[in-house]
Write a new protein. Structure first.
Length: 435
């Protein structure tokens, strides 16, 4: 009789799980606040017309830095101790955010605050470029093959739990405390996570033949490996395109709705109890709740030999849901949909988005960990991460430009058309059958 796997008996996984949990709760709380705070500070400096453009540029800066530096982070993840990379970058991120919070505490002008936020954003982007490949490729080295599906599901499910905690706290704290308090909490969260990560142990081989090759040669090796794995390469290109049309709806569209839509309503559902920030957190939390449920369901399933059909179905459903979401927002800004009905529908739709997103992300993670050669894993994760996210910074900037120069409705129409084209093209290509 087979014994049920309990991955939490693995000390290294437990340290990784709770270390990530602590830092990410603070990180999500922080990002929730920043998405609104940058928009409000930009309004003080540049006014209503150009504030969305400044926010788009802010969102794009970290993305560009991530794209430029992540290939180098992937090479280092395969060359040196992954754990050292993780705690070193977490220490830097923690201190950077605390220092930025202290600058804001000194209450300089709105323009100086924006400068400090952009510098912080750049530093965080560089560190994320090195942290992500290291943490993403570590799982294979600290858990057994039999533990991998459960470990992947729990980590992904934990991300949704982190979202819930971070967003709920963010919605409450942003309406109660000064913003620098949230900077302090986030910075401390990273420092605690770094200390936890120090105690993770795994067998690290840093004396392989790859050490003799140059960094650019190693990046090229990762690109070639991914390109030769055609089904995965096509999946990454699809993710590149789908992210380009998804990010503006979530990262640009939601803060705009909260600041220029809900915030300007005379009254809205439960307005006597909930602030606009509270509603923002509720909408985003609904995504995470369904994500946790789906992750728990997937954690009890045995690993499959082929996930292609599941991935294709998830993408089609995800694209359809995002198009419906866009249509609802268009109706609202045309004054054809009541704000109270919209708020209820946004919560329900985000529940569906969380299910579709989790149904896609967990199988992709399992495929990566199981089918990619261990000595190539860090490079492949970094290269695939760069390719799938390469257009996100430009998407955020273009979205800010479209909102500022045309309208928010134009943005939703643009993203909906793009989403439909990408989903249908990938499904009809049928390359997913080999995954």
């Amino acid at each position: 009789m087979s014994t049920r796997v309990n991955v939490f008996k693995n000390k290294n996984f437990t340290l990784l799980f709770f270390g990530v949990l602590v830092s990410n709760v603070a990180h999500i709380l922080f990002n929730f606040v920043i998405s609104l705070y940058v928009l409000r500070i930009a309004k003080e400096v540049y006014g209503d017309i150009y504030a969305p453009l400044v926010q788009g540029i802010y969102l794009g800066v970290a993305g560009i830095v991530l794209v430029l530096f992540m290939p180098f982070g992937g090479v280092l993840a395969d060359r040196i101790n992954k754990v050292k990379i993780m705690y070193f970058t977490d220490f830097i991120r923690g201190f950077t955010i605390i220092v930025t919070g202290l600058i804001i505490f000194m209450e300089p002008s709105a323009f100086i605050k924006l400068i400090a936020l952009f510098i912080m954003n750049f530093i965080l982007g560089v560190n994320s470029a090195f942290f992500n490949p290291a943490s993403g490729s570590l799982l294979k080295f600290i858990v057994k093959e039999s533990e991998l599906p459960q470990a992947s599901s729990y980590l992904h499910g934990s991300m949704n739990l982190q979202n819930i905690l971070g967003l709920v706290l963010g919605g409450i704290m942003f309406s109660i405390f000064n913003v620098y308090v949230i900077f302090l909490i986030n910075g401390i969260g990273y420092l605690i996570s770094a200390i936890t990560e120090i105690f993770i142990r795994y067998e690290c081989n840093t004396k392989g033949e790859d050490q003799k090759n140059g960094i650019l040669s190693e990046i090229s090796s990762g690109v070639k490996y991914l390109y030769n794995y055609k089904p995965m390469f096509k999946l990454v290109i699809m993710a590149l395109a789908i992210n380009f049309f998804t990010v503006p709806i979530l990262n640009n569209g939601y803060p705009y709705f909260i600041e220029y839509g809900l915030n300007e309503e005379v009254t809205y559902l439960f307005s006597s109890l909930l602030t606009v920030e509270n509603w923002y957190s509720i909408i985003l939390v609904s995504f995470s709740v369904s994500g946790i449920i789906m992750a728990l369901i997937l954690s009890n399933r045995k690993r499959k030999d082929n996930y292609g059909k599941d991935l294709a179905t998830s993408i089609m459903v995800f694209a359809g849901i995002m198009v419906v979401l866009s249509m609802l927002m268009i109706l609202y800004f045309l004054r054809l949909l009541d704000v109270n009905i919209l708020l209820i529908l946004l919560v329900l739709i985000n529940l569906l988005v969380g299910i579709a997103s989790t149904s896609f992300n967990i199988p992709v993670q399992i495929i990566m960990q199981h089918k990619v050669d261990p000595d190539q894993l860090g490079k492949v994760i970094s290269v695939s991460g760069v390719l799938s996210q390469a257009l996100i910074p430009f998407a955020s900037m273009i979205a800010g430009l479209i909102i500022s120069k045309i309208s928010i409705i134009s943005l939703y129409v643009f993203c909906s058309i793009g989403m439909i084209v990408v989903a249908i093209s990938y499904y009809s290509g049928k390359s997913y059958r080999e995954l």
